[in-house]
Design a protein around this ligand. Structure first.
Ligand SMILES: Nc1nc2c(ncn2[C@@H]2O[C@H](COP(=O)(O)OP(=O)(O)O)[C@@H](O)[C@H]2O)c(=O)[nH]1
Ligand SMILES: [Mg+2]
Length: 209
């Protein structure tokens, strides 16, 4: 499939860290268009943000899960943003941290008219855990479109990858707002272009608010 971004520079490469919000009271104005990145801690979300933007160190890649508790805003231009949501579901989380992401992420979804879509990153070897399903349900309640991304595709041989993709797709099939999953290896970049195209397509929809 050809796409506009095959023949042009990656528009997401313009993304620059703009600001962090530790609480919903500190979100930037609800205008223009933004796309959010969500996933369990260690799912490969930061690696994906770097790969999709073609930048080596835009988001910190950590071996220590659960460090970022803020919403991080990256601006592409004056009207378009990427938003890195706090990673959830890590084993060592305190009760307060669990309550935090369980409330903050759905509240963020509900408070942003400018939110065009959600990328949900899941390790292809452990997709659709309980916390992922809760996030999908929160998105569905708001009719927020979700693109599932199955990460670390390089960890599986081709046959096992196809099986894992098919299984994930079957389990997601009954959710109306969820698109068919895409596979990504941030190590090789395989699969990145289809995800960039999805993000860029979402970011074109700006209602002028
Ligand atoms: N082999 C492989 N490892 C990956 C990939 N993406 C992330 N990782 C590794 O998985 C770990 C967690 O990645 P990170 O991006 O920090 O995950 P986050 O917690 O979701 O932001 C790190 O050790 C990464 O190097 C991938 O596509 N392939
Ligand atoms: Mg991270």
């Amino acid at each position: 499939m050809s796409s506009m971004s095959d023949s042009f520079p990656n528009p997401l490469q313009a993304a620059r860290f703009w600001r962090a919000a530790a609480a919903l009271a500190h979100l930037p104005p609800d205008e223009g268009a933004e796309v959010a990145f969500a996933g369990r801690s260690n799912a490969g979300k930061s690696s994906a943000l770097n790969t999709l933007t073609g930048q080596r160190a835009l988001a910190r890649v950590s071996k220590t899960p659960g460090r970022t508790q803020e919403l991080l805003f990256f601006s592409i231009d004056e009207r378009r943003r990427l938003v890195d949501l706090p990673g959830y579901g890590y084993a060592a989380a305190s009760a307060a941290q669990r309550r935090d992401w369980g409330e903050v992420i759905p509240a963020y979804f509900a408070s942003r008219r400018c939110l065009r879509g959600l990328l949900l990153f899941m390790d292809v070897r452990h997709s659709l855990q309980v916390a992922d399903r809760q996030l999908l349900e929160a998105a569905a309640r708001l009719s927020l479109p979700v693109q599932p991304v199955l990460t670390k595709a390089d960890k599986l041989a081709r046959g096992a990858l196809l099986t894992a993709m098919r299984e994930a797709q079957a389990r997601l099939a009954d959710m109306a707002v969820v698109l068919p999953p895409l596979a990504l290896s941030s190590l090789s970049g395989a699969g990145a272009q289809a995800i960039r195209d999805r993000v860029w397509d979402w970011l074109q929809h700006d209602d002028g608010g």
